[in-house]
Design a protein around this ligand. Structure first.
Ligand SMILES: Cc1ncc(COP(=O)(O)O)c(C=O)c1O
Length: 358
């Protein structure tokens, strides 16, 4: 039970009756190619796709669903762009709790299939994710419905589910522990900002010299530019990014992210979707790391930090690779093209092709 390893450092539910699938304790892998190509001596990737449902959201769901079970809930209502839903669906299945999910309109089909496989019931809502007004309406409506039905209500943001988000703080704790007194910078992708806030809180509670930077797609810049500009408030904006998981046009935890990152000496970076796709492909081909687009956003932010001279070349830089490549089939097609895998008649044809390709 890796998530409960640092239980004294976060607001953990007691572990005896924890709903767990072995989440947390994910690998921190040193870069072999991309770091040196950027001129960095110490680049690390935190591989959150190794969690049981393939994203860091399992840290959230383990904590949230443990609390729901303790509270005696038999049903859970939640929202998702994909990964939260898969995590909640899995941990609810494990706890014997029924799971109903309001889904962002553009969520990738693969993520929806994963939720259904765990037995969750899902309904997509038009413009949910892209329109701040619709996000507000759905959140308020769900909160009311959950209390009417006596169900749990879980959204992966501190402003809605602080008990679940406390579980995500363990990611910051794990990185800070691994950095063992070194100066380090964490680059965190942000939609509503809950992840970044959790990581910053984890780093702070560990102590030590860690900065946390917030990286957002240009089409969902609710926090990053404000943080960089020295402002204290995030701003709602219609979301136009195609990066699944980061389409959260409302402020949610944004104000707290600004304060927490600034308090640790961090700043904001805004990156283009195309740049993210190209880092997603480079992660796979140059490092063997299979990430969904959101998981490559941090690296796009780090590239900017290097270009602006905002990170020392011998500082330890940690990019959070927040979800597995299996999550988003559309993005894989973009990477590999539609070329069908050839079928040959004989082994000799295979051998011929290999010789020609070498
Ligand atoms: C893979 C991935 N990375 C990052 C995030 C960003 O999380 P937050 O909305 O808390 O900023 C999400 C959210 O869904 C996600 O699915």
């Amino acid at each position: 039970m890796n998530l409960w390893k640092h239980a004294a450092k976060w607001d953990a539910p007691p572990s005896e009756d924890a709903v767990t699938l072995g989440e947390g304790g994910t690998p921190l892998v040193r870069s072999r190619v991309i770091g040196p190509a950027l001129g960095l001596k110490n680049l690390w990737f935190k591989i959150e796709g190794c969690n049981p449902t393939g994203s860091y959201k399992d840290r959230f769901a383990a904590s949230a669903v443990t609390h729901l079970k303790r509270d005696g809930r038999v049903a859970c209502l939640g929202t998702s762009s994909g990964n939260t839903g898969a995590a909640l669906a899995a941990y609810c299945a494990r706890a014997g709790i029924r799971c109903f999910l309001a889904i962002v309109e553009g969520a990738p089909e693969g993520k929806l299939r994963q939720m259904r496989a765990y037995g969750a019931q899902l309904i997509r809502i038009k413009n949910f994710g892209s329109s701040p007004a619709v996000i507000d309406e759905v959140m308020t409506g769900l909160r009311g419905l959950a209390s009417e039905l006596g169900a749990g209500f879980e959204v992966s943001a501190f402003c809605f589910s602080p008990r679940g988000m406390a579980g995500v703080e363990t990611m910051g704790l794990e990185v800070a522990e691994a950095m063992a007194g070194e100066r380090f910078s964490i680059f965190s992708p942000a939609g509503g900002g809950g992840l970044t806030l959790a990581v910053a809180r984890g780093v702070k509670s560990w102590g030590g010299a860690g900065r946390v930077h917030c990286v957002q797609p240009v089409g969902n810049d609710t926090i990053a530019s404000r943080l960089r500009a020295g402002e204290s408030r995030a701003v709602a904006t219609p979301s136009t990014t195609s990066i699944s998981g980061l389409q959260v046009g409302s402020v949610l935890d944004g104000d707290e992210v600004i304060a927490a990152c600034r308090g640790l000496g961090g700043t904001g970076y805004v990156v283009a979707d195309e740049t993210v796709w190209s880092w997603q492909a480079r992660l796979a081909r140059e490092e063997g790391i299979f990430s969904e687009p959101a998981g490559a956003v941090a690296l796009a932010g780090l590239e900017q930090a290097v270009a602006r001279g905002e990170i020392a070349l011998d500082e330890h830089a940690v990019c959070l690779v927040t979800g597995s490549g299996f999550k988003d089939e559309r993005s894989l097609l973009r990477m590999t093209g539609e070329t069908p895998t050839p079928l040959v008649e004989r082994f000799a044809d295979f051998a011929h092709a290999v010789r020609a390709g070498l």
